[in-house]
Design a protein around this ligand. Structure first.
Ligand SMILES: *Cc1c(COP(=O)(O)O)cnc(C)c1O
Length: 464
């Protein structure tokens, strides 16, 4: 399998190359040249398989010659062996045809672990036998940072520099990052919001001086391997609810459009999906784009769902590329226009193409809290605020199909918001240990390219 940039002007890479590169040199994102398909029989044969084996069957076509099937299986067994639930991503029934897909049984309590535990192992595997040292730079609105740090802490040949918006992640989220004291882990609190932090990371990749000096890589969902790993649980859930004979709907709490794009990929691979609901909080650029074609970014409003406090959704570019006939150069122009004016209109093809599978909803704080109470009262489930945004959208959608809401975080990650809605706090599960007793280490820096790159350059290892 070969990978090309959504902006059509970067070298084609194989799977290992795309995994290590993260962002493409032309500012685009890597996508496979075509969507591999599973037949109905292939999909039916997934029923009853373990999560790790399902992962092998779904991901093998994307991996190409970069790994043998046995190597991929060994990595999947290691990555998913670290989850605290044997089902890895178990389904919980909420109502007659409403389900939760619990994605938070990994080490850092959010769905990011599902992909990043594997990505950490892929990095290590692809660096083995080279003399290279990888410098991972990433921006996080909370959950990616801790999951990425857990996945690479102490690993050979990797340094990680993680930027988070100062004061805008929860205490649990911050401590999950800053209490990891491995020498290869570097936390930077940025005086700005998530989009600012993300823009700084993009600027580092796009600056030839900086990216030429270090072997940079990305762990944000701009990294293709992450999205690939997330495709798996759409198959895993669907075959347990009657797929491929029945089409299943999914409601996805959305920020950077990575998780829901993985659902789109599952559909392109042949999984019958009734609808994909893109659920946003009041930072609703995606809801506006999908419902009116207006993709224009406003300022970010901080909410109880920080992982969705985003006004620029990187992975939306992958969808626009696919729906726009995969014309990379045209999309490059469209995206550069957006980057300079912070606004663009979707083409008719993009808007209509999206409407055939996606619908969207904007959920405010009151409706979110109601959904948390509904889950508590009707199904004795304590859910996190992000999950509640998607559950509200699912309950309000009027879709007549088995409906799976992606439960993206453990409620203990956001205890204050949970307490405000349902009156009780969710306890931290024992696997996170004494998080609030441990020493923290991080630096706070102004949101300027100069300050951040100077700090990183002092600590990263230049290319050989
Ligand atoms: C990252 C995250 C999201 C948003 O996922 P995207 O792939 O960025 O759309 C939603 N909920 C939680 C808890 C998250 O950590």
């Amino acid at each position: 399998m070969r990978y090309v940039s959504t902006r059509g002007d970067a070298p084609e890479l194989d799977f290992a190359g795309a995994t290590l590169a993260g962002l493409a040199r032309d500012g685009g994102l890597y996508v496979p040249t075509e969507w591999p398909t599973l037949t109905r029989d292939d999909i039916a044969a997934l029923a009853g398989l373990s999560y790790a084996e399902t992962a092998v069957r779904v991901m093998l076509p994307f991996v190409g010659d970069s790994l043998s099937e046995d190597e991929l299986r060994a990595l999947c067994e290691t990555a998913y062996g670290r989850f605290s639930h044997k089902g890895v991503t178990p389904l919980v029934q909420l109502d007659h045809d409403q389900w939760l897909l619990e994605l938070f049984h990994g080490p850092t309590l959010a769905f990011k672990d599902v992909a990043l535990q594997l990505l950490g192992l892929l990095f290590e595997r692809f660096l083995t036998g080279t003399s290279e040292r990888l410098t991972i730079v990433g921006a996080t609105s909370g959950d990616t940072g801790s999951a990425a740090i857990d996945a690479v802490a102490g690993r050979e040949n990797i340094d990680i520099f993680m930027l988070h918006p100062a004061g805008r992640v929860s205490d649990v989220q911050r401590r999950q990052m800053t209490t990891v004291l491995s020498p290869n882990v570097h936390n930077i609190a940025i005086e700005g919001d998530f989009d600012t932090a993300q823009a700084l990371v993009k600027a580092m990749f796009n600056d030839p001086g900086f990216s030429g000096r270090f072997r940079l890589s990305a762990v944000n969902s701009i990294n293709w391997a992450r999205l690939m790993a997330q495709v798996v649980y759409y198959f895993y859930a669907a075959v347990r609810l009657g797929g491929p004979d029945k089409a299943i709907a999914f409601s996805v709490p959305t920020g950077n459009f990575g998780d829901v794009f993985a659902g789109y990929v599952a559909a392109q691979m042949g999984l019958p999906i009734a609808r994909l609901i893109v659920a946003t909080n009041v930072n609703d650029i995606l809801h506006r784009a999908l419902s009116t074609g207006d993709y224009s970014s406003a300022t970010v409003t901080p909410t109880a769902t920080p992982s969705m406090d985003i006004q620029v959704s990187s992975n939306f570019e992958r969808l626009l590329h696919d729906l726009g006939g995969r014309d990379g150069l045209a999309l490059g122009d469209q995206m550069r226009g957006f980057e300079s004016s912070r606004a663009m209109r979707l083409t008719n093809a993009q808007q209509q193409g999206a409407a055939s599978l996606f619908q969207s909803a904007r959920v405010d704080a009151d409706r979110m809290a109601q959904a948390m109470r509904w889950a508590c009262d009707n199904a004795a489930q304590t859910i996190d605020p992000h999950t509640a945004i998607a559950l509200a959208a699912a309950l309000d959608s009027g879709i007549d199909a088995p409906m799976v809401t992606l439960a993206t975080a453990h409620p203990a990650k956001f205890p204050d918001a949970v307490e405000r809605a349902i009156g009780t706090r969710a306890p931290l599960p024992p696997r996170v240990g004494d998080l609030f007793e441990r020493e923290e280490r991080y630096v706070t820096l102004p949101a300027t390219f100069e300050a951040v790159t100077a700090w990183i350059a002092e600590r990263a290892t230049p290319r050989a």
